[in-house]
Design a protein around this ligand. Structure first.
Ligand SMILES: Cc1ncc(COP(=O)(O)O)c(C=O)c1O
Length: 409
């Protein structure tokens, strides 16, 4: 029995056929342990008020809870200062913040923005908008047959004209871990800043933004056991200080006059409007849970389970895995295709067997185009998954072509 599973009420539920859900869509969102559910509930039961606004005790309590969550988040990702931790509603908002605030301010016609072709649309579309507005050039780092960034691309494409490099630490399609340290080193050599999309990496491995030397780092709470509607942007203080606000309104101002305003210091400058304190509390509790498990153990356990998943998937006839087999090179996010079977059909058949996987383009259409497919099925693991989940997946996959009446030919 997996030692984490019993902490996740949803995953312990049984359906009318007496089956547990084999939840293999963790790259989309993760389930929540009881401790996270309790922490959010307790916040609303005992500490809820609008933070930073009232001078009565309860509002100050809410402010304290919010600021101690910021400290918890800072320490989890190894940032140096709490002022470098900006609360947002999602990784998507964090990445838009950097694109709109930093990108719009520093880019000039002819400058380069370099992205990996494997980026999620959230780290791609915002840069298309900025590139167009500032007449900058959007350049892609391409991948090899195993969906890994080609090393020579890093040296060639990140050149003196490059002002911004935006890259995910781990791919949400293939699970490939990108060489972000090498990319950051190269970008800094030419004076560019690097925006790391950590949405798929922070949940699965120990991350330290200071030793990585990332300039910006974005992620979402809900992909790491926390609640939806809460995200984080880490940014180096000297960069954040110079950037204009992204959202304007309450809480982010210093003085407002009829015709002009001055803005609050960091981090409030970027936190216009009432913040999702319950979300911050939930993420802190999720980080407590992950720290108790130990991120090294989370990564080691996932590597083992990924090897098992690879072996089982390889035993399914007509199935092809995208990306490398070696768990050292990837997280437990595995895309695959099957001859003569559309991913949506596969996912529908798996669903009937009580197995949840994702099918489609995974918000990474340019990458799927590069991989030569229009859609894939994706099984993605987290610490509560078991070999039994994977056995059920493999067994069900072996029946797919028969159900679709293509296996007999
Ligand atoms: C790599 C990556 N970046 C960004 C996002 C966007 O996250 P959110 O939808 O929580 O904003 C996702 C979501 O799947 C992702 O996988």
């Amino acid at each position: 029995m997996n030692k984490y599973l019993h902490d996740f009420p949803l995953l312990c539920e049984k359906d009318e056929k007496g089956r547990r859900l084999a939840y293999l869509d963790n790259a989309a969102t993760t389930q929540k342990p009881q401790s996270v559910l309790d922490a959010v509930m307790e916040y609303y039961q005992k500490s809820n008020a609008n933070p930073h606004r009232g001078i009565y005790d309860l509002s100050m309590k809410a402010t304290n809870v919010m600021e101690s969550s910021r400290e918890r988040i800072r320490s989890f990702i190894g940032a140096e200062k709490t002022d470098e931790i900006i609360f947002t509603k999602s990784a998507t908002e964090s990445l838009n913040l950097v694109a709109q605030s930093y990108g719009m301010s520093v880019l000039h016609p002819g400058d380069r923005i370099v992205l990996a072709v494997s980026e999620h649309h959230s780290n791609l579309v915002p840069w298309q908008i900025v590139a167009k507005a500032r007449e900058a050039e959007l350049v892609y780092l391409y991948t090899d047959k195993l969906a890994r960034i080609i090393p020579e691309e890093i040296e060639e494409k990140i050149n003196e004209r490059t002002k911004i490099v935006a890259v995910a630490q781990a791919s949400n399609v293939t699970g490939v871990i990108n060489p972000v340290e090498r990319i950051i080193e190269r970008a800094h050599q030419v004076g560019a800043v690097v925006v790391v999309d950590g949405t798929q990496s922070v949940p699965h491995m120990a991350v330290n933004v200071s030793s990585m030397n990332a300039d910006f780092f974005a992620f979402s709470a809900h992909k790491m056991l926390g609640p939806m509607g809460f995200g984080v942007l880490y940014g180096k203080e000297e960069l954040l200080r110079e950037m204009p606000p992204f959202l304007y309104g309450g809480d982010m101002i210093e003085y407002v006059e009829e015709q002009a305003s001055t803005y609050a210091p960091l981090p409030e400058k970027f936190e216009g409007g009432t913040q999702n304190v319950g979300g911050a509390v939930g993420l802190s509790a999720a980080m407590d849970y992950l720290d108790k498990a130990g991120m090294e153990n989370v990564r080691a356990g996932e590597k083992e389970l990924t090897s098992y998943l690879m072996d089982q998937l390889h035993s399914v006839p007509h199935l092809r895995i995208l990306g490398p087999d070696d768990p050292q090179e990837r997280i437990g996010v595995v895309s695959f295709v099957m001859e003569d079977a559309h991913p949506h059909d596969i996912a529908t058949i798996l669903n009937a067997d009580g197995i949840a996987v994702r099918s489609g383009h995974h918000c990474a259409q340019p990458f799927l185009c590069r991989l030569g497919v229009t859609a894939t099925c994706r099984a993605s693991l987290y610490l509560y998954n078991t070999e039994e989940d994977i056995d059920r997946l493999a067994k069900s996959l072996k029946n797919v072509r028969r159900w679709l009446n293509v296996g007999v030919r």
